[in-house]
Design a protein. Structure first.
Length: 135
């Protein structure tokens, strides 16, 4: 009997502020195979999102590496390419519905984002709380 090959799954994230939407996406990805996180560098976040990450790359990597079901973390650009998938031998890219990657659709699975949560929303809420506390 032929053994079924476990797929190598890539989930790309910034994780500037980790939240339950990230965890839910990782849980969904686990159903497809062994999960690795493509975590973009601080420089990529500054360039693409125009913010300085609240947590530097090494701390974000430490947190994400500790999540149940994550087999590894790989540094990446903000946008994942077919070349990146091929070079690192990934079978599938899983992303939330804000996907901006240029990977062929046959190698991509997109899930709806978790309602009412994002790092941007958390950042705005924290700023509002900070302002009201310091009035």
């Amino acid at each position: 009997m032929k053994k079924k090959k476990i797929k190598k799954i890539l989930v790309d994230m910034s994780c500037t502020l980790i939240h339950h939407g990230h965890i839910r996406l990782i849980k969904k990805a686990k159903k497809y195979g062994k999960v690795f996180i493509a975590l973009c560098s601080d420089q990529e976040i500054k360039k693409k999102k125009k913010i300085i990450p609240e947590l530097k790359y090494s701390h974000r990597k430490e947190i994400v590496s500790s999540i149940k079901g994550v087999s590894g973390v790989i540094k990446s650009k903000f946008n994942i390419s077919n070349n990146f998938l091929k070079k690192n031998k990934f079978d599938l890219l899983i992303h939330g519905s804000d996907n901006q990657n240029t990977v062929d659709k046959k190698y991509t699975k997109v899930f709806k984002r978790t309602k009412n949560i994002s790092s941007t929303m958390l950042r705005k809420r924290a700023a509002k709380n900070f302002k009201s506390k310091n009035k």
